[in-house]
Ligand binder design. Structure first.
Ligand code: SAM
Length: 246
């Protein structure tokens, strides 16, 4: 998969060199290209923002550098990318969207600063490419670089061969499948006793059916406690008789 990021803070994307994403890059599974938006400015101050039409506080990112940058990036590859525009006014970034984006061959991220990018850039590119305006949550950050790090990590771990164990994300919270509507329950590792605290006996029983049932009950309990909205939204058919008794 190819990933391009256009930003005024290329150094903010340095975490893409470490851990899972860094290893995927080193193995050639991810081709990440970071671009400095200011390379497409032509004045001596490398200006990327201006005052908003209609007045109001804050500055707006100018269309010319974004247009030139996106033209250059889009023309540098085969076919057309999916452009991901981080914005608090976008569609929520969910595991489902991460799965969908992980199946695309080429993503271009456009993290903004100030009050965001002049609307005409989004409109112009929406006529040429698949453009997704995406929010990582109901809060406002100072810029879109942290949302890009969040999205890239969620997407990269879904790519074939990126996680050591391909099964690892199967039981994650929000993963499509048997427990799609439930959060993952608690997990334990060795030693069997730590500061006087043991682990649930069932996990030592070796009884796969009972362990699966316990995991489901714990997932249900955690979801009811932390995210009752997920239970309310779920298809009732997703729950069995034992769930409903809890
Ligand atoms: N005035 C904008 C609004 O209220 O929608 C907020 C602009 S914010 C200060 C600057 C940039 O940070 C945004 O254009 C976007 O790139 C990024 N950003 C901030 N919060 C975000 C969020 N929750 N999800 C995705 N991107 C976000």
């Amino acid at each position: 998969m190819r990933l391009d990021v256009v930003t005024i803070f290329p150094e903010y994307l340095e975490p893409l060199n470490v851990s899972l994403v860094g290893k995927a890059r080193a193995r050639g599974q991810l081709d990440v290209r970071i671009h400095d938006l200011r390379d497409w400015t032509h004045d001596k101050h490398n200006t990327v923002d201006d005052t908003p039409y209609g007045g109001g506080p804050g500055m707006v990112m100018k269309p010319e550098p974004w247009g030139e940058a996106l033209d250059a990036v889009v023309e540098s590859g085969e076919g057309l990318p999916t452009i991901v525009v981080p914005t608090p006014s976008g569609r929520p970034f969910t595991q489902e969207l991460a799965v969908e984006l992980s199946e695309k061959p080429w993503l271009v991220f456009t993290p903004a600063r100030y009050e965001g990018i002049d609307r005409r850039v989004i409109e112009e590119y929406a006529e040429r490419c698949d453009v997704r305006e995406v929010s990582i949550g109901d809060y406002v950050l100072a810029g879109g670089e942290a949302p890009v790090l969040v999205m890239v990590e969620a997407i990269a771990r879904l790519l074939p061969g990126v996680l050591g164990n391909a099964e690892s994300h199967r039981d994650d919270s929000f993963a499509p499948g048997a427990m799609a509507d439930l959060l993952e329950g608690p997990v334990y590792t060795k030693p069997p006793e730590w500061r006087g605290r043991g682990i649930p006996d069932v996990l030592l029983s070796g009884h796969h059916g009972k362990i699966a049932r316990w995991r489901r009950d714990e997932a249900f309990r955690r979801t009811t406690g932390n995210r009752p909205d997920l239970i309310e939204r779920a298809d009732p058919a997703a729950f069995d008789k034992k769930d409903r008794e809890m």
